[in-house]
Design a protein around this ligand. Structure first.
Ligand code: GLP
Length: 260
């Protein structure tokens, strides 16, 4: 695992958008794994900047959404499909029909999970998967105790996650109780995982994921199993990392994008 400590969210966005730009330069039809939440927003803003200055086009790319609420239709403003459309794909030049997400409004959710996994496989898998982290260590919507081998499936949200996500809804009661999410096993099949976190609130989860034991109780610790995982954190999210000086020295010696 490569841990990169950057000064702030802006620097995180520029660095990770740089990973994507380098990937797309080599593979214009790359498959991108997009995540919702506030953490990846600086990445999307930087991609938008690159698109506007003419240095980047994602027109040949496909994008897969990591997770979705169950019971919200795709046009509900808080569905992840609508959020990613508004915040990311409509502002970039990814063709709308090249964006695939789990269908949380399907009547047969089991089938919809299968269809999503099949679409992922048919696309040849994800080249770079962006991930945020919940304060309880979740990735996607894989809550603590999620199987580390899980596939895309329906999960029940923890009280903590529902409370954290209530800010996007008019009332806490409106936050769906169930979600569809790529499983940890699904996430681990992506060729490059990039987890981003900023802010003090994420410091405990980041330290547990990076330096704690591999445990289903901290789903993000599953990144320790992946041969190409990069964790990009700002100084405050890095504040509980015991080996911060080591990560800084390693990063200075070999910029992580050289391995892409
Ligand atoms: C949600 C998403 C996760 C995301 C997490 C953290 O629960 N399903 O993918 O990582 O929120 O969000 P934020 O980046 O806003 O803290």
């Amino acid at each position: 695992m490569e841990v990169v400590i950057v000064p702030d969210a802006h620097a995180m966005g520029a660095l990770v958008a740089g990973f994507i730009a380098q990937l797309v330069a080599k593979r214009p039809n790359a498959v991108l794994g997009l995540a919702t939440g506030s953490s990846p927003l600086p990445i999307y803003r930087d991609l938008e900047r690159q698109l506007q200055d003419g240095s980047l086009s994602l027109a040949g790319c496909k994008a897969f959404l990591l997770d979705e609420y169950v019971g919200l239709t795709a046009n509900h403003p808080q569905s992840y499909r609508a959020t990613i459309g508004r915040e990311v794909t409509e502002r970039l030049d990814i063709p709308p029909d090249a964006v695939v997400g789990p269908d949380g409004s399907a009547t047969d959710l089991l089938r919809a999970c299968e269809a999503y996994e099949n679409a992922l496989m048919a696309a040849g898998g994800i080249d770079i998967q962006l991930l945020g982290i919940g304060v309880n260590g979740h990735v996607g919507f894989n809550e603590p105790t999620s199987s580390l081998a899980s596939g895309t499936r329906v999960k029940t949200l923890s009280a903590q996650t529902r409370a954290d996500n209530a800010r996007f809804f008019e009332s806490a009661d409106e936050v769906p109780r169930h979600v569809m999410t790529q499983g940890i096993g699904t996430i681990l099949r992506a060729r490059h995982l990039v987890l981003v976190a900023t802010g003090e609130r994420k410091a405990t989860a980041v330290a547990a994921a990076v330096e704690g034991p591999l445990s289903a109780f901290v789903p993000a610790s599953a990144l320790q199993l992946h041969p190409h995982a990069t964790v990009v954190v700002d100084e405050t999210a890095a504040s509980q990392l015991q080996l911060a000086p080591y990560y800084r020295a390693t990063y200075n010696a070999k910029p992580p994008w050289q391995g892409l």
